[in-house]
Design a protein around this ligand. Sequence first.
Ligand SMILES: Cc1cc2nc3c(=O)[nH]c(=O)nc-3n(C[C@H](O)[C@H](O)[C@H](O)COP(=O)(O)OP(=O)(O)OC[C@H]3O[C@@H](n4cnc5c(N)ncnc54)[C@H](O)[C@@H]3O)c2cc1C
Length: 413
Amino acid sequence: MASPEATGSARLRVVVVGAGLGGLAAAIALRRAGHEVVVVEQADALGTVGAGIQMAPNASRLLDSWGVVERFAGVGVPAQAAVRRSWSDGEILGEVEMGDALLESVGASYWCLHRADLHSALVGAATDPDDPGPPAEIRLDAPATAVVSTGPDEAIVEAGGEEVRGDLVIGADGIRSVVRTDLFGPESPWFSGRVTNRHVLDAALIRADEELAELIARPAQNIWLGPNGHVITHPIKGGNGLYMGVTRAGLEPDEAFWSLPVDPVELKAQIAGWDDRIHRLIDLAPTITAYGLHDSEPMDAWSVGRVGLLGDACHAMLPFQAQGAAQAIEDGAGLAVALREHGDDVAAALRRYEEMRKPRVTRVQEASRANAALWHLQEGPEQARRDEELKSGSGDFKSYQWLWAPTGDLAGT
Ligand SMILES: Cc1cc2nc3c(=O)[nH]c(=O)nc-3n(C[C@H](O)[C@H](O)[C@H](O)COP(=O)(O)OP(=O)(O)OC[C@H]3O[C@@H](n4cnc5c(N)ncnc54)[C@H](O)[C@@H]3O)c2cc1C
C-alpha cells in the first residue's frame, strides 16, 4: 500500500483511533512527514470535556514547531512562575521563575490553557490544507470496535461499522483503549485511589475579592501541598479564567469513577482547615466535576505487527508531573521519527518507536508517583524536610530540568 512519495520515507496511510490530544498530535506529526492520516473518533462532535491543562516545555517545543502555539495565541497563558504553598494558610514555601528564565534555560514556555482551546488548535494544525503535508481526515461518530488485522500486508480496524484499512493503525483511544484490549487482553490501568475535583472559575469574580485577587495578580501555577491531597490553580482563557483542581487521596479502589458532579459543601468538608481562600474559590465555581486518577505499569510491548499504541492507551500515568498529554504529544513526534528511519518497514518502525519512547515514559510515570508521595505528606519530619527544601529553591522543582530540556531524538518532526 505504501508509495515512496514523501521525502526520506515512504508515504504511508495511517489510521489513528481517537481524536484526543495524543491522536491529534500524531496526526500532525505524520501529515507533516507526508503521510496520509485518517482519524476515527467515537464522539459525534469535535471538542473535549475537561478543564485546565498545562503544556510543559518538552511538549510546547513540539507544538511551537508545528504551528500549534500560534493557533492558541491569545487564549494560552505562559506561566511566569511555579509556586508551592502550605495547605493551611497558603504561605509560600518555594517559588521558581518561569517566563523568560525558562525560555533561556530550555528554549520553550510553560503554557496554561483550557483543554478545549488546546484541542481546537490541534484540530486546526491536523486538518488545515495550508499547513505542510496532506490534511488529516477526521471521521466522527466512528467508534472502533475491533482490530481486524495486524498484518502482514495491511492493518485493519473496524470503526463506525466499516473496515478502515491502512499501512498501520495507531490506538490513541485513551485509558480504556479498545485497540490495547484487542491486542493484549483485558488488563488495564488501575484506579489509584486519588480523585481530582476540577473547576473553571471566572477571573472577574476572583478580582472582585481583594484577597483572592492576589492569587491571580501574576500568571502562575500555584500548588498548595497538604496531608492526603493538593490543590492546583493556573490561568486559562487569556487570563480571563482560572482552573482549579482539588486532589484527594486515600479512596478505596471500589470508589473508582470517571467523571461525576460534585457537591461543593461535601468537597469543602473534605478539606476542612485548608486555606480559607480555597474554600472561597470553591464558592465561586459554577460546577465541579470529580475525575478518578489512574496509573499503570510499563507494558511488555506497545505493538503487534502493524498496529501500535500511543498516549494513555499504553502509558496512563498520574497527572502530578502534568505530563500525560505531553508524553502523548512526544509519542506522536517519536512515531514520525521512527517511520522516517525505517521507511515502509512498519513493524520495525513501531518497535523502534517503543524502544525510543518507553524508557522516558516509564521515568515520567515514576516521577509522577514520586510527586504524589511528596506533595501529600502528613505533617511531620518528612513534611518539614520537604518544606525546607522548597524554601531553598530545590524540592520537587529540581526534578523538571531533565524532562523539559530538548532531547534531540524528536528533532525535525
Ligand atoms: C486531572 C487531570 C489533570 C491533567 N493535567 C495534565 C496536564 O496539565 N498536562 C498534561 O500533559 N497532561 C495532563 N493530564 C493527562 C492528560 O489528560 C492525558 O494524559 C491525555 O489526555 C491523554 O491523551 P490521549 O490522546 O492518549 O487520550 P484521551 O485524551 O483520553 O483521548 C482518547 C480519544 O479517543 C477517543 N476514543 C476512545 N475510545 C475510542 C474508540 N473505541 N473508538 C474511537 N475513538 C475512541 C476518545 O473519545 C478521545 O477523543 C491530566 C489528567 C488528569 C486526569
